[in-house]
Design a protein around this ligand. Structure first.
Ligand code: NAD
Ligand code: GLY
Length: 365
């Protein structure tokens, strides 16, 4: 088993990574010395596969565990579901010492984490992420929250879990498209922080796509180490944590103008990262061969690198970017790469340069 620590003083916690961890969920929770009652929050897809082993493990360890199931998909990340979870927790009389287990992908993790942050002004929670994206990104670092009609993740809290259990066996049932979308975040860690990880992904992509256990253990653990390192230095994104948003300025805008229905998050940020690489070449001198390597790696992972946009859609994309949190004084803030493995945040980019980067990912037609 690999273990990674997120160092945040009294709120520090471990991320455990191995195949088959779900059967030990109860024992791991018992070691945290939490209360006797807990609620497993999951979605319909994950419940069908993993609720039973999770509940069995918790009950064997002596916990009184109840199951709360929300619909699968992004639409579950809304206040109506938060209220429904609160009501179910109250009906089962969960108290301050009780805890929540978030069993699922990023949607369940964000929702259940926010429920844990706010029920009785905060009860402990444990993350059991079951998608690649959730294991390498959303379950680590304490960003929790839900969406409003006005936009994604507009209500939330920084609230750290007590433990993250990454059971690699859950990837066996993960659909191919979801798996590849998670790889977009792994590639991101290579670009922003670790040239050796990037090179390893170039070397091992075929094995990774075959879901080779040793390769997966390595990429999940290394991604978690990088995220833990960044979050430990800047928990609430006052600086360094912004580097995790590489490719997200354009990626989020792509998700917004396609009504969050056409691209998975990982797919949209793949296009966004390719655009950010082109911007980096123009503004920070990222070598052309590095831009090519970035393009080749996303292609090898089977991720999209371009989008068809007519002039109206392009205008909408630019408008969506300027609505993003990263805008100041009319210039859009980007994370840009100096080289593979080294990025800088807070780069103010003129609109004309953004247009040229869009030409690279959305050629005019
Ligand atoms: P998701 O949670 O919707 O899961 C994707 C799909 O896979 C769902 O249909 C789910 O039911 C299914 N699924 C999950 N695990 C499975 C498994 N092992 N086998 C079979 N099916 C399985 O999507 P996601 O990509 O995991 O997460 C996306 C969400 O994460 C977004 O809401 C995004 O905003 C959020 N996010 C949060 C952070 C953060 O720091 N908190 C970071 C990145 C993304
Ligand atoms: N996913 C970006 C962050 O956690 O900051």
């Amino acid at each position: 088993m690999r273990s990674v620590k997120v160092s945040l003083g009294t709120r520090s916690y471990d991320i455990k990574i191995a195949t088959g961890l779900l059967v030990g969920l109860g024992t791991d929770c018992a070691a945290l010395k939490l209360g006797q009652k807990c609620a497993v929050i999951t979605d319909t897809n994950v419940a069908a596969r993993y609720a039973k082993p999770a509940l069995t493990s918790l009950k064997r360890a002596g916990f009184e565990a109840v199951l709360i199931t929300v619909p699968a998909g992004e639409t579950a990340k809304r206040l109506k579901q938060v209220e429904s979870c609160f009501n179910q927790l109250a009906a089962h009389r969960l108290e301050r010492k009780s805890f929540i287990v978030a069993l699922g992908g990023g949607v369940v993790g964000d929702l259940a984490g926010f429920v844990a942050a706010s029920y009785l002004r905060g009860i402990p929670f444990v993350q059991v992420p079951t998608t690649l994206l959730a294991q390498v990104d959303s379950s680590v670092g304490g960003k929790t929250g839900v969406n409003l009609a006005a936009g994604k993740n507009l209500v939330g809290a920084f609230y750290q879990p007590r433990l993250v259990l990454c059971d690699l066996a859950t990837f066996r049932t993960l659909p191919e498209r979801e798996f590849r979308a998670g790889l977009a975040e792994v590639i991101k860690y290579g670009i922003i922080y670790d040239a050796s990880l990037f090179a390893r992904l170039e070397r091992d992509m075929a094995k990774i796509l075959r879901r080779d256990a040793a390769s997966l253990a390595h990429i999940v653990a290394r991604s978690c180490e990088i995220k833990a390192d960044v979050v430990s230095q800047d928990e609430t994104e006052s600086g360094l944590r912004a580097i995790l948003n590489f490719g997200h300025t354009i990626g989020h805008a792509i998700e917004a103008i396609t009504a969050y229905g056409r691209y998975l998050h990982g797919e949209a940020i793949s296009i966004g990262q390719v655009a950010a690489a082109h911007l980096s070449a123009e503004l920070l001198g990222l070598p052309a061969k590095d831009v090519e390597r970035v393009r080749a790696l996303f292609a090898a992972a089977g991720l999209p690198m371009s989008i068809k946009l007519n002039s109206t859609q392009r205008a909408k994309l630019l408008a969506a970017m300027t609505l993003d949190k990263k805008v100041s004084a009319g210039e859009i803030n980007f994370v840009l790469a100096e080289r593979i493995g080294k990025v800088v945040w807070g780069q103010r980019v003129p609109t004309a340069a953004v247009h040229r980067a869009l030409d690279a990912i959305a050629p005019p037609h």
